[in-house]
Design a protein around this ligand. Sequence first.
Ligand code: SAH
Length: 213
Amino acid sequence: MKDTLKHQGLRQKLVDILKTKGITDEKVLLAIGKIPRHLFMDSSFLDHAYQDKAFPIAADQTISQPYTVAFQTELMQIKQGDTVLEIGTGSGYQTAVLCLLGAKVFSIERQNELYKKTSKFLPKLGYRAKRLVFGDGYIGLETEAPFDSIIVTAGAPFVPKPLLSQLKIGGRLVIPVGGDVQMMTLFIRKGPKDFEQHEFGEFRFVPLLEDKN
Ligand code: SAH
């Protein structure tokens, strides 16, 4: 598992591209500049790792586009020590970004193959999530709630109620909502039953599916 000067150079170029696309959060940009994205992908895709594109990983899933990772992370407004929940661990790349920002990360994956692979891989790189869970993100993680923020990294046909109810007051849920194309949506919990909703344009994710596999 090598991280060469060439990789580091390509990564800085990627950070510059994200800046030109409108990402401004310095901590998020630093994290993307540090994390060796090429190690999260199958070897045949190594040359593509620092393009701003999504790519296939195991189990017919994808590693999200870096711009999308940065955009969603920016919306979470993470502070050191925040307790956060990720739905859709996948390659673990987004999980690593959340760890580097100093969050206590819980992450749920429904594909056993990916759950196992990423559970072994992330600690090898030194990224220690609080817990990776093999389960169904539609029900969230009641035992560890409430969360400062929740990120969903798959396209949700509707907003799962448990995710809203597992937010702290003031907490933020970042979720792409829709069918083939999804609207990036931010919910901010203002009170027990009071949620503010903001929309941030269209994105394309693999679908949020029910049950484990
Ligand atoms: N954050 C990942 C993105 C992976 S793609 C990364 O950076 O690589 C979305 C992931 O969500 C896939 O791994 C898919 O298996 C997972 N997923 C889909 N539906 C889910 C559900 N109901 N619960 C948990 N994970 C789910």
